[in-house]
Ligand binder design. Structure first.
Ligand SMILES: Cc1cc2nc3c(=O)[nH]c(=O)nc-3n(C[C@H](O)[C@H](O)[C@H](O)COP(=O)(O)OP(=O)(O)OC[C@H]3O[C@@H](n4cnc5c(N)ncnc54)[C@H](O)[C@@H]3O)c2cc1C
Ligand code: FES
Length: 257
C-alpha cells in the first residue's frame, strides 16, 4: 500500500473528557485506502521542542464524509499542541503506516476486541470493517473510571459493548481480564492498550487456546523502518514495530507471560 505525505485539513476537534480529544480531518481528494491497525505520523508544526512526528492510530475512516478520525490522549508537548488544532488548520501526515489486524476467515467466529484507555482507538475502525464483512464483533472496553470511557455510542453501532472500570463507576468493577464475558466461548481476540493489559489479555488467550493479535505502541521516531528505535523481540528475532507491526500475533512476541 502506497505511503503518502498529505496536508490534511482539520474539520473538527471534539473534547472528550479532561485529557482526550477526537480530531477529524478531511482531504481535498479521496482519502487513500487505510487498513484497521495502521497508523499515521503527524508532523507537529510550530512546536520548537517537538522534532519528531508523533504516531497515532487510525481511529476511524468515515468514507461518506471523506474524513479520517484520530482519538488522542494529551500526555506531552506534541499531543498538547494537537489538542489546540482548530477547524481549517492544515496538518501534514504520513499515512498509512504499518501492517494491520487480520480479518477472520469465518464470519461466524466469535470475535472479542479488547481495548484499554486510549488503546481503544484502532478497535473502532476494525469493528466497523468486521461488521461490514458480516461479523458480529463484541467489544470489551476498560478504563480507570467512567470519565475514561470514550466513543461508547460509536462502538455500539458495530456490536455489543462490555465495560470494566477499576473503580466500578461503570460496567463491571475490575480489569478487562476479569470481565464475565470471558467465560463465554471466544474464537479470536484483538487487543490494544497499555502493555501490562495486553500481556494479561495474551496470557488469558494462551491459557484458553484462543488466537490473539495485539497492536503495540512502542516509542517511534521515523515510523517507516529507517531508525530501528521501535524494535521488539520476537520468536524470530528483532522486528520493527513500525513496519512489521504494530500488530503481532501474541504467540510471536517474546513476552514473559
Ligand atoms: C503505533 C502507535 C499508535 C499510537 N496511537 C495512539 C493513539 O491512537 N492515540 C494516542 O493518544 N496515542 C497513541 N500513541 C501514543 C502517542 O504516539 C504518544 O502518546 C505521543 O507520541 C506522545 O507525544 P507527546 O509529544 O505528547 O509526548 P512526549 O513529550 O513525547 O512524551 C510524554 C510522555 O508520554 C510517554 N510516551 C511517549 N510516547 C509514548 C508511546 N508510544 N506509548 C506510551 N507512552 C508514550 C513518554 O514516555 C512521556 O512520559 C500511539 C503510539 C504508537 C507507536
Ligand atoms: S520508528 Fe524508525 S524504524 Fe521504526
Amino acid at each position: 500500500m502506497k505511503k503518502c505525505s498529505l496536508d490534511m485539513v482539520v474539520s473538527a476537534n471534539i473534547l472528550l473528557g479532561n485529557n482526550h480529544f477526537l480530531l477529524k480531518f478531511t482531504y481535498k481528494e479521496k482519502l487513500p485506502e487505510m487498513l484497521p491497525g495502521q497508523f499515521v505520523q503527524v508532523r507537529i508544526d510550530n512546536a520548537p521542542g517537538v522534532f519528531l512526528r508523533r504516531p497515532i492510530s487510525i481511529n476511524f475512516v468515515d468514507k461518506q464524509n471523506n474524513e479520517l478520525w484520530l482519538l488522542i490522549q494529551k500526555v506531552g508537548e506534541g499531543t498538547r499542541k494537537m489538542s489546540e488544532y482548530k477547524t481549517g488548520d492544515v496538518v501534514n501526515m504520513l499515512l498509512p503506516l504499518g501492517n494491520s489486524f487480520t480479518m477472520p476467515q469465518n464470519t461466524q467466529s466469535r470475535l472479542l476486541l479488547v481495548g484499554g484507555g486510549v488503546g481503544i482507538a484502532p478497535l473502532l475502525y476494525m469493528g466497523s470493517l468486521l461488521k461490514q464483512q458480516g461479523c458480529n464483533p463484541m467489544f470489551l472496553l476498560g478504563a480507570r473510571s467512567v470519565d475514561g470511557l470514550m466513543q461508547i455510542d460509536d462502538f455500539k453501532q458495530f456490536g455489543d459493548v462490555f465495560i470494566t472500570t477499576e473503580d466500578g463507576s461503570a460496567g463491571e468493577k475490575g480489569f478487562v481480564t476479569q470481565h464475565s464475558i470471558l467465560h463465554q466461548h471466544i474464537d479470536k481476540i484483538y487487543t490494544c492498550g497499555p502493555t501490562p493489559m495486553m500481556q494479561a489479555v495474551a496470557r488469558f488467550a494462551q491459557n484458553n487456546d484462543i488466537e490473539c493479535e495485539a497492536s503495540l505502541e512502542n516509542k517511534m521516531a521515523c515510523g517507516f523502518g529507517a531508525c530501528l528505535c521501535c524494535v521488539t523481540q520476537t520468536q524470530s528475532g528483532h522486528k520493527c514495530v513500525c513496519t512489521e507491526g504494530p500488530v503481532f500475533n501474541t504467540k510471536e512476541l517474546s513476552w514473559q507471560i
